[in-house]
Ligand binder design. Structure first.
Ligand SMILES: [Zn+2]
Length: 341
C-alpha cells in the first residue's frame, strides 16, 4: 500500500508540490506507477505516494547489489570515482579511521584498508556485508545506522563518516542524520555523495536521467543539502558535483576491458534499436566481450597506486571538468564538519 509523504516538505515546510513525472519500472518489479514530485518552494525532489518501508526493502532483493557482476569489473567501474574520494579525504582527515554507512560489498573500504586505514562498514544487505567481510576482511555491521547506534552502546565515535550513494534511499532523513550525529566525533567530517536533484541532465533527459529509479526516494540539490546540514549544526567545507558516467567510462586500467566494453555494448544496442534496459541482451553481450583476466587483488593494488600518483584533488581531471564548479553534475558531494552546538 502506497502512502502520500513529505507533506509538508520535511526540508522547508511547504505544503505545495508539482508533479515532475510519472513512470513505471516493470523490470524492477515495482508495483504500479512511480511518481516523483518537486517541492514548490525548496525544489526537493521526492517520491510520493510511496511504498511502505517494508515493501521498499523487499524491492531491493538479491539482485539489487549486482551480485552477478564480477568484482574485477566493478572495480574498474568505480576506481576513478573512489580515487577522487580517497585523494580528498587523505588531505582533510588526519586520523585514518572511517565508518562507511551503506558500505555494500566493501570496495571503497577495501581500498582504504589497503592504504592503512582502520575501516568499518554498516550495511543493510546481509549478503553484501558477508562478502565484504569474507573477501576483504572489512568488519561490517549488518543493519541500518539506527540499529547500529541502538546495539553499540560503547559510545565509539569516528572522525569520518561517509554515506556514498545512500542518502537518496533513506526514507527518514532526519532520523538518519540524528543517528550519524551520535557516531561522529566533535569536529569530525561527514561526507555525503548523492545523485544531484539539481543536475543539468535532468532538464534534457527527464525520467530517463541516470539518477532516477524507484530506490531513490529523495533527490537533493546543492542548496537542499547544504541548508539541511547547516540546520543540523555542520559547517559546509566543500561542495562539488561530478558526472558518474564520464568518470566511470574513463578506464584507468590499460588493457582492462570492463567499462570500455560496456559502453561499446550500450552503443551497439542503441544502434540496433534495443533499449539499453533489455538486461538479458546487455549481459550476454558484455559477457562475450569482456576481458576474462581480472583479478581482484591486482585491481586493489592498482587502484591504491593511482591515488598515490594523484594526491591532490584539485589536480585531477575531475576537478577541472566543466561541471565541477557549477554544481550541475549528476552527483553532488558535500563535506560537512560537525560543530559544537
Ligand atoms: Zn521543500
Amino acid at each position: 500500500m502506497k502512502q502520500e509523504v513529505n507533506n509538508p516538505c520535511f526540508l522547508c515546510g511547504s505544503t505545495k508540490s508539482l508533479l515532475l513525472f510519472e513512470t513505471t519500472y516493470p523490470d524492477l518489479n515495482y508495483p504500479g506507477i512511480f511518481r516523483l514530485d518537486k517541492c514548490d518552494s525548496c525544489g526537493l525532489l521526492f517520491n510520493s505516494p510511496r511504498l511502505s518501508e517494508d515493501e521498499l526493502y523487499k524491492l531491493y532483493g538479491d539482485n539489487y547489489y549486482f551480485f552477478h557482476r564480477r568484482h574485477s569489473d566493478e572495480f574498474q567501474r568505480i576506481t576513478n570515482i573512489y580515487r577522487r574520494t580517497i585523494a580528498l579525504i587523505e588531505q582533510e582527515v588526519k586520523q585514518k579511521n572511517v565508518v562507511e554507512i551503506g558500505s555494500a560489498k566493501g570496495y571503497l573500504l577495501a581500498l582504504l584498508k589497503h592504504r592503512g586505514w582502520q575501516v568499518a562498514g554498516i550495511e543493510i544487505s546481509a549478503k553484501a556485508a558477508a562478502q565484504a567481510q569474507a573477501k576483504f576482511g572489512v568488519p561490517t555491521f549488518c543493519g541500518t545506522v539506527e540499529q547500529y547506534v541502538e546495539q553499540n552502546n560503547s559510545g565509539i565515535k569516528f572522525p569520518l563518516v561517509m554515506a556514498i550513494d545512500l542518502f537518496e534511499h533513506i526514507p527518514q532523513p532526519m532520523n538518519f542524520l540524528i543517528s550519524i550525529d551520535s557516531i561522529l566525533e566533535q569536529d569530525g567530517l561527514l561526507i555525503i555523495d548523492t545523485p544531484n536533484g539539481g543536475s543539468r541532465n535532468i532538464l534534457t533527459l527527464g525520467s530517463e536521467w541516470v539518477g532516477f529509479n524507484p530506490f531513490h526516494i529523495f533527490l537533493y540539490s546543492k542548496e537542499n543539502l547544504t541548508q539541511l546540514l547547516a540546520k543540523m549544526g555542520y559547517s559546509i567545507e566543500r561542495v562539488f558535483s561530478y558526472n558518474n558516467r564520464r568518470l566511470a567510462a574513463a578506464n584507468p586500467f590499460p588493457g582492462g576491458a570492463g567499462v570500455a566494453v560496456k559502453s561499446k555494448v550500450k552503443s551497439l544496442l542503441r544502434k540496433a534499436g534495443v533499449h539499453e534496459h533489455s538486461r538479458n541482451a546487455y549481459r550476454k553481450l558484455v559477457g562475450y566481450l569482456r576481458n576474462k583476466n581480472g583479478d581482484i587483488k591486482r585491481h586493489i593494488a592498482a587502484s591504491a597506486q593511482l591515488v598515490e600518483k594523484e594526491p591532490h584533488y584539485l589536480e585531477t581531471e575531475d576537478a577541472r571538468g566543466e561541471l565541477a564548479g557549477e554544481y550541475g553534475g549528476d552527483n553532488i558531494v558535500v563535506f560537512a564538519r560537525k560543530r559544537a552546538q
